[in-house]
Design a protein around this ligand. Structure first.
Ligand SMILES: Cc1cc2nc3c(=O)[nH]c(=O)nc-3n(C[C@H](O)[C@H](O)[C@H](O)COP(=O)(O)O)c2cc1C
Ligand SMILES: CC(C)CC(=O)C(=O)O
Length: 361
């Protein structure tokens, strides 16, 4: 019935180290908790007598129409929780009419995922030291019909995720980031207590020297829209627009990077104000129910993406679980829109929300 039901079912079937990898955040997980708590500091202002006999959740981004503004954020290695991995996620997202942002660390090939997709796919990238790896992925994404590139910019290093470090977390079994040269990925399989293998791998392979000026390199290589993921400030939103990016995702990586970073929802208004109408602003971090989605959309997000919940759906029920999770969240959103007296996404603006009494700033 709810995302928390999928979470409970998933926990029963997922290996404990993998569960910690999915659920965990950086260090003391302050930002992870803040992402969830932020929604509770807003209250909704319902309007009445507005004809809500039809509620429409359809939305267009970069010329593609989606049946729902609730999409799937990029998350690595879906085969850790389901044999079919991202192919099942693509089928589930397609059945729900939702955007699926595929992680560069997907455990199925881009071509297999594209073959299973029934709705739009975007490809997420990290900035690798080996630019030929990036160039190759950009070309393959375009050839496979991906609709945009999402460059994640909040991870020059991987956050200190204590759970993964204590577990000596490594990518096990036959799960692998199959879209990247196996030699580049070898470190991710090496388990060592006190260290996270994925963090060690990132330290080796991510380029921490990239700056705004380097975006031109990517721009030259693709005509696909470029979206920056991991923007939390008005300053960076303005720089993103000035550097010609096509979209922004407000995100703190689900509390997995800088512990103590601002809750994603609290960063949304200033980013929307700075980006103006120039580019679509998407949002992720802590969305667990339709009313959360409504709040973020009211604060200016064009779409909201879910990170952990689709993995719960996938673990609990494969493609059907992903579809069920996305449909449930979308139905909850439609329900909330009706009860709030705003039956179209275009009706959602800041008048829908107010600070919870006592929390006014
Ligand atoms: C298991 C897991 C793997 C993730 N992998 C990636 C990734 O490969 N690239 C990326 O940009 N973000 C990654 N993220 C972050 C998500 O895209 C997203 O920002 C975050 O999970 C949103 O918060 P939520 O989980 O509260 O919905 C990952 C998150 C999780 C939980
Ligand atoms: C393999 C990881 C680097 C993927 C990621 O971004 C994450 O776990 O948050």
């Amino acid at each position: 019935m709810t995302a928390s039901d999928y979470q409970r079912l998933a926990r029963e079937v997922v290996d404990p180290d993998v569960w910690d990898f999915i659920e965990g955040g950086a260090e003391s997980e302050r930002t992870l908790r803040a992402n969830l708590a932020a929604f509770d500091r807003f209250r909704l202002r319902p309007r009445v007598l507005t004809d809500v006999s039809t509620v429409d959740t359809a939305v267009s981004v970069f010329g593609t129409r989606y049946r729902t503004p609730v999409g799937v954020a990029p998350t690595a290695y879906h085969r850790l929780v389901d044999d079919e991995g991202e192919v099942a996620t693509a089928r589930g997202a397609g059945a729900a009419g939702a955007l699926f942002v595929v992680s560069v660390f997907a455990s199925r090939t881009l071509e297999d995922i594209a073959g299973a997709a029934g709705s739009g796919l975007w490809l997420h990238l990290y900035w690798f030291r080996r630019r030929e790896v990036m160039a190759g992925l950009v070309e393959r994404a375009a050839a496979a019909g991906f609709g945009a590139l999402v460059l994640t910019v909040d991870a020059p290093r991987i956050g200190r995720r204590w759970r993964d470090m204590r577990n000596g977390f490594a990518i096990g079994g036959d799960v692998a980031a199959v879209n990247i040269d196996a030699a580049v990925m070898a470190l991710t399989h090496h388990s060592d207590e006190g260290r996270s293998a994925i963090a060690e791998h990132a330290a080796e392979s991510f380029d921490a020297a990239v700056t705004w000026a380097d975006l031109a390199w990517l721009r030259q290589r693709t005509s696909l829209p470029i979206v920056l993921k991991g923007i939390l400030t008005a300053e960076d939103a303005a720089l993103a627009v000035a550097h010609g990016v096509d979209g922004i995702i407000v995100s703190n990586h689900g509390g997995r990077q800088l512990d103590g970073a601002v809750a994603s929802l609290d960063a949304l208004p200033e980013v929307v104000d700075a980006a103006g109408a120039a580019v679509p602003v998407l949002f992720d971090g802590g969305v667990r129910r339709g009313t959360d989605a409504l709040t973020a959309l009211a604060l200016g997000a064009r779409m909201v993406l879910l990170g952990r919940p689709p993995l719960w759906g996938l673990a609990a029920g494969g493609a059907d679980g992903v579809e069920g999770l996305l449909r449930t969240t979308t139905e909850e959103l439609a329900h909330a829109m009706a009860l709030a007296g705003r039956p179209r996404l275009a009706d959602l603006d800041r008048s829908v929300v107010r600070a919870r009494p006592g929390d006014e700033r």
